[in-house]
Design a binder for this molecule. Structure first.
Ligand SMILES: C[S@@+](CC[C@H](N)C(=O)[O-])C[C@H]1O[C@@H](n2cnc3c(N)ncnc32)[C@H](O)[C@@H]1O
Length: 235
């Protein structure tokens, strides 16, 4: 990853998580060396006028997931939606390596493009109204008051997400931290570009159709926390 490609110079303090865990096994290390550069989005080059041009397979629309962890949701959703191209961002090396292994196994490389860093410079790179969906699933909750400003959801990032979603497209969010769910809902309700789609409590208590779960969700449920799901539509 080069400095000019990761946006770090412009926004050094935007990503607060850890980038490295335990040493990669050799197969995963070679996927990081060989497959990631083939699938990585080069932010130093301008985005194609039609975002579908990023992919080597024909796609009808493009969806993005920020902070995909080990890629469980990204991979399952890509498999379930064969006419969609996916962009995934994940700074954590071990998560990226795991997702690459699944992409390789399932031969999904023609429809997935990756960014191994903070999603924010990637959002800023995307053309206006170029995405049909944006997922933020179990973002780091930053529960301490002094860390709330680190949360991914805020007016600035909602402005970014609003710019890249086409009208009618959806921002889908899940979290097991009640305070972050309330926080996100308050930001969405205050944002003129979004409307919350829920009409009954089941709409936020139950996941949307086709939800494959994520690793963090399984952990949250095991530990007794209750997830909530928000779909906000771009006006
Ligand atoms: C709590 S984990 C959840 C992972 C996954 N979505 C899941 O549900 O299993 C949050 C993830 O967001 C990633 N992350 C944090 N800040 C990010 C940012 N600014 N851009 C992209 N990913 C980010 C972290 O590296 C971490 O893998």
């Amino acid at each position: 990853m080069s400095g000019s490609n990761d946006g770090s110079a412009e926004r050094a303090a935007a990503f607060y998580g850890r980038r490295k865990g335990k040493a990669l096994r050799p197969g995963h290390a070679s996927l990081m060396d060989d497959l990631l550069p083939r699938l990585a989005i080069v932010l130093a080059s301008p985005a194609p006028a039609r975002l579908s041009g990023l992919f080597s397979a024909p796609v009808d629309e493009v969806w993005m997931e920020s902070g995909f962890g080990g890629g469980e949701h990204l991979i399952a959703t890509a498999e379930a939606n064969p006419s969609v191209g996916f962009i995934g961002a994940e700074p954590f090396v071990n998560g990226m390596a795991k997702a690459l292994a699944a992409i390789d196994d399932r031969d999904l490389g023609e429809r997935i493009r990756l960014h191994h860093f903070d999603s924010v410079p990637l959002l800023d790179w995307l053309p206006d109204a170029s995405l049909g969906r944006f997922y933020l699933l179990y973002p780091d909750p930053w529960p301490k008051t002094r860390h709330w400003k680190r949360r991914f959801v805020g007016r600035d990032n909602l402005d970014r997400i609003a710019r890249v979603l086409r009208p009618g497209a959806e921002f889908r969010f899940a979290s097991d931290w009640a305070h972050y769910v309330d926080w996100t809902l308050r930001h969405i309700l205050a944002h003129p570009a979004f409307e919350w789609t829920a009409t009954t409590s089941a709409d936020w208590k139950e996941p949307w159709a086709g939800w494959p779960g994520t690793r963090y969700e399984a952990k949250a449920i095991r530990e007794g926390r209750t997830p909530a799901y928000i779909i906000a539509r771009r006006r």
